[in-house]
Design a protein around this ligand. Structure first.
Ligand code: GUN
Length: 280
């Protein structure tokens, strides 16, 4: 029997706990989300983040800039948020327009407010097995899903397809911290199928339909991070869900799988950063 992992349900449990916690706080945590340009997917994500934050009682501000903003202007805006004691967490929605160097932007965010865990200090802590101020949201959400379903990580072969800074790379480090044997595949990987077939835990974070039934070992755990619209306008993921679910032991759907967990982790991180700042 295959278990369909219910990310929405677990995310609701997390946000309900956060709501209780935040309701007892005199000052509410404040998340600032920066969006540059009018990318359609980003509009959806950013508005959803704001709505979910407000459901939990977290204050959120969307700061939207026209795509003509210069890199220096954007850096100055982030510096203002760094210095603003009423802002506890900063998220710069990625991807940024091509005229802006993402590296320079991420490097401007102070680690104390880096809710994505993308800065050098936080990602360095993650690699070193130290305690980052925040863990990247999607990897954190995936580890939480595995934990909630009592899926063993230690000693398992985890194969990640996709090497992004947002998902693939930080997830590999989190899985390694949990004693998995980790393989990262990417667009230049040869014989992808031969590698994915060895996975006890297969995670795909690519953004196109790439994982089919013949690439999955019987009883593997399959986690689908991809989310995009297919040719009929239907929201779908990287995994050929209907066929893969016949061989997997556990599988996440799209939507209602990993997506809600990313947002729950973001809200958790916002509250954690707030608490760390209160202690200072
Ligand atoms: N774009 C897609 N996912 C993410 C994320 O987790 N954080 C940020 N900042 N941008 C994203």
């Amino acid at each position: 029997m295959t278990t369909i992992i219910n990310g929405k349900e677990i995310a609701e449990k997390i946000t309900e706990n956060l709501k209780q916690k935040v309701s007892k706080m005199e000052i509410k945590p404040h998340l600032a989300v920066i969006q540059v340009g009018n990318n359609e997917a980003s509009n959806i994500y950013v508005n959803l983040k704001k709505k979910k934050a407000e459901d939990v009682g977290i204050k959120s501000s969307i700061i939207k800039f026209h795509e003509t903003i210069t890199e220096q202007e954007l850096i100055n805006e982030i510096k203002k948020l760094n210095d603003n004691d009423n802002v506890n967490a900063i998220l710069v929605q990625l991807p940024l327009p091509k005229n802006i160097n993402t590296e320079n932007i991420i490097k401007t965010i102070i680690p104390q407010k880096d809710v994505d865990g993308f800065t050098a200090e936080n990602s360095g802590d993650l690699i070193n097995g130290f305690a980052p101020k925040a863990m990247p949201c999607t990897p954190k959400g995936i580890i939480r899903l595995l934990k909630e379903y009592n899926i063993q990580i230690e000693g398992k072969h985890a194969v990640i397809v996709g090497r992004s800074n947002i998902v693939g790379k930080p997830l590999s480090m989190l899985l390694l911290r949990k004693n998995a044997t980790v393989t990262i595949c990417h667009s230049k990987t040869q014989n992808l199928k031969e590698i994915t077939k060895q996975a006890d835990i297969l995670i795909s974070a690519v953004g196109k339909k790439i994982i089919f039934k013949d690439m999955v070992k019987p009883d593997a755990v399959v986690i689908d991070v991809g989310i995009f619209k297919d040719e009929n306008g239907k929201t779908t993921g990287d995994v050929d869900f209907e066929n893969v679910k016949e061989v997997a032991s556990y599988i996440t759907p799209v939507p209602k799988g990993v997506g809600p967990m990313t947002i729950a982790s973001l809200l958790e991180n916002t509250v954690e950063l707030f608490e760390q700042q209160q202690k200072k």
